[in-house]
Ligand binder design. Sequence first.
Ligand code: ADP
Ligand code: MG
Ligand code: MG
Length: 252
Amino acid sequence: MLIIKNLHAGIEDKKILKGINLQVNAGEVHAIMGPNGSGKSSLASVLAGRESYKVTEGEVWLDGKDLLVMSPEDRAREGLFMAFQYPVEIPGVSNINFLKTALSELRKYRNQPELSAKEFLNLTKEKQQLVEFEAKLANRSLNEGFSGGEKKRNEIFQLAMLDPKLALLDETDSGLDIDALRVVAGGINKLRSENNAFVLITHYQRLLEYIVPDHVHVLYDGRIVRSGNKDLALELEEKGYDWLKREYQFSE
Ligand code: ADP
Ligand code: MG
Ligand code: MG
């Protein structure tokens, strides 16, 4: 589904990603962990097509299509969903209207008929229940005045509504209390299927107690320095990141 080959990217003259290789298949959940400043959010930004980042080398394929030549909008239309570490607030645009527009665009792109008002409402209700999202939040302006936990729940609700192929969630767990974490993780678990894939970027192992990843990767200094299964996350929780830093510097 997603293939990243030798991806190098940076901002202005600063090299941030220094040769990322990653393959994510349909049905899989991958966790990307790593110390602060290792490039996790940058990787998400590059995949989303954020303009400030310049790709200097490498390839990214989404379902056989060259992602790097696509506009951010086309990436979304192709089924990429991003939840950023700091979700934007859009005053004056209600959540529901945002989703209505986004979904209608997506369906057009996929040659699916437009949903009637009733169908849209039913879908909204179904997905709200699925991710335990409070109906009153849906009608408020997008993320405006939302607490950290509400923003993250909202992301999972958007995710449920848009049904992407590949969802990339950047530190969805940060700042969540344990109840919100359970709801968010529960939502993701319910949305997991053989047809989609998730990449969870997280600094801590905590989220992975609720969502069991198929693969865990450690990003350090713009490279994936280690990959493993869920036990790698436990090992990191126990030992921290310093041993990997030492090992990595040693081998350099
Ligand atoms: P992480 O998400 O793993 O904490 P980031 O991707 O946010 O890491 O940051 C990786 C590196 O890129 C850091 O050294 C950070 O200082 C740098 N960086 C991030 N954004 C910018 C920017 N806008 N301009 C310059 N450097 C940046
Ligand atoms: Mg950070
Ligand atoms: Mg980050």
